[in-house]
Design a protein around this ligand. Structure first.
Ligand code: IDP
Ligand code: MG
Length: 144
């Protein structure tokens, strides 16, 4: 049974640099199923809401500007241990500290432009997935 999912965003730098395809291939090769996916340009208000937990941090304004600078690809991904396995696949927030072979190590341009987002808890994955996708935009739910 597989009832684990996470939420991911391919960030504007990676989309702009034509890395959407290579990143999706890494995600699928790591055993994740794409359950929902869309390309969108976030409004400032949406980006602020998504990263509300970081408001007041020194990097917040720059992060909002970056995340609204171009289209992103939002996804719901499932596999066993999705949360933990996806954080492992993307690597550390700071790409200089990320392990080799991780998505951030390969595709990040800086700590801010670190190519990809992955939820940090199941609770946040549920909230983030619901923020971007309706029930009718989600496929392959829960068991397989
Ligand atoms: P995470 O994405 O690995 O969970 P968080 O601490 O939740 O990392 O930060 C959210 C995002 O904010 C990061 O992915 C990165 O884009 C940006 N960010 C975090 N810390 C810094 C920083 O020190 N400088 C610039 N941007 C940062
Ligand atoms: Mg985080």
């Amino acid at each position: 049974m597989n009832n684990d999912f996470t939420f991911a965003i391919i960030k504007p730098n990676a989309v702009k640099n034509k890395k959407t395809g290579p990143i999706l291939a890494m995600i699928n090769d790591a055993g994740f199923r794409i359950c929902a996916m869309k390309m969108i340009l976030l409004t400032k208000q949406q980006a602020q809401a998504f990263y509300r937990v970081h408001s007041g941090r020194p990097f917040y304004d720059g992060l909002i500007e970056f995340m609204t600078s171009g289209p992103v690809v939002a996804m719901i991904l499932s596999r066993e241990n999705a949360l933990e396995e996806f954080r492992r696949l993307i690597g550390e927030t700071d790409p200089s500290k990320a392990e080799s072979g991780t998505i951030r190590k390969i595709f990040a341009s800086s700590v801010q432009m670190n190519a990809i987002h992955g939820s940090d808890s199941q609770e946040n994955a549920i909230k983030e997935a619901a923020f971007f996708f309706s029930e009718f935009e989600r496929f392959y739910p829960v068991e397989e």
